[in-house]
Write a protein that binds this ligand. Structure first.
Ligand SMILES: Nc1ncnc2c1ncn2[C@@H]1O[C@H](COP(=O)(O)OP(=O)(O)OP(=O)(O)O)[C@@H](O)[C@H]1O
Ligand SMILES: Nc1ccn([C@@H]2O[C@H](COP(=O)(O)O)[C@@H](O)[C@H]2O)c(=O)n1
Ligand SMILES: [Mg+2]
Length: 237
């Protein structure tokens, strides 16, 4: 069951479902406490608004499906902060962190970095930002990623975008990317496609069943694709 952009009901019931999501998350540090929407007012015994709860969009799709390209457009038009899990991991490699060589080898092989490492980087980036709207690009890549995020961050995403692109087009885009990435070669792309089918697709199915998924046709020009993305966020303005 894929949700098409014509149906925007998840956004309308966002605050209600978010409260439920928070109740369902059991333990771990809750980033959302920092941004808490409803704060108990002890003098009146009621609740008052202090700071808006962040709005989180997960951006999913196969290698080269155009996630990063469309995130740039969403940032320009709708003021989100773009957190690419792949970029955060690549930054860890270049900052010579203790996990650097493990991350490099994992990316080179097209495999998935342990969730605790990636979630920690995302958590740090959210906490360091003043924004209350985030695009988390290329995450979660597996059920393990998804469960670790919910445990550590203490919330579910509000929106999940899935850029749906034919395999031949994704391979063509990756091999033409020319940004010096160690994983932009045919062998790693083959492995990444396998990981996409085996580990990413179950996550996409999970959010589809929860009614949070917006499947976007990722073929055509960048402009054409953005016009399919725009209605998902236009109702937020
Ligand atoms: N609609 C499009 N048509 C043709 N090329 C495109 C289109 N969108 C993006 N590209 C190009 O395809 C390549 C891959 O795009 P992008 O980096 O946005 O994909 P991605 O989904 O973030 O990939 P990855 O998961 O590998 O990071 C880039 O060189 C980008 O310029
Ligand atoms: N949740 C994630 C995201 C990425 N990786 C690793 O980084 C590689 C590149 O990711 P992009 O999103 O920039 O394509 C990816 O192939 C993985 O090796 C990860 O482990 N976990
Ligand atoms: Mg990318």
């Amino acid at each position: 069951m894929w949700r098409r952009v014509a149906s925007l009901s998840p956004l309308v019931s966002r605050s209600k479902s978010r409260l439920l999501d928070q109740v369902q998350v059991a333990n771990g540090f809750n980033v959302w406490q920092v941004f808490s929407t409803q704060v108990l007012n002890p003098t009146e015994g009621g609740v008052s608004d202090r700071r808006r709860t962040p709005l989180v969009t997960f951006v999913l799709g196969g290698p080269g499906s155009g996630k990063g390209t469309q995130c740039t457009r969403i940032v320009e038009t709708f003021g989100f902060t773009h957190l690419s899990a792949g970029d955060l991991l690549r930054k860890e490699i270049s900052s010579n962190s203790e996990n650097g060589s493990m991350i490099l080898n994992t990316i080179r092989e097209g495999k998935i970095v342990p969730s605790e490492v990636t979630v920690k980087l995302i958590q740090k980036a959210i906490e360091a930002s003043e924004n209350d709207r985030f695009l988390i690009d290329g995450f979660p890549r597996s059920e393990e990623n998804r469960i670790a995020y919910e445990r550590v961050i203490g919330a579910e995403p509000d929106i999940v975008l899935f850029f749906d692109c034919p395999v031949e087009e994704m391979v063509k885009r990756v091999l033409n990317r020319n940004q010096g990435r160690v994983d932009d070669n045919i062998d790693t792309v083959k492995e990444r496609l396998k990981v996409f089918t085996e580990l990413n697709l179950p996550v996409i199915k999970y959010y589809s069943e929860k009614g949070k998924l917006y499947k976007i046709d990722a073929t055509g020009s960048e402009d054409e694709i953005f016009e399919r993305v725009r209605p998902v966020f236009a109702v937020l303005r």
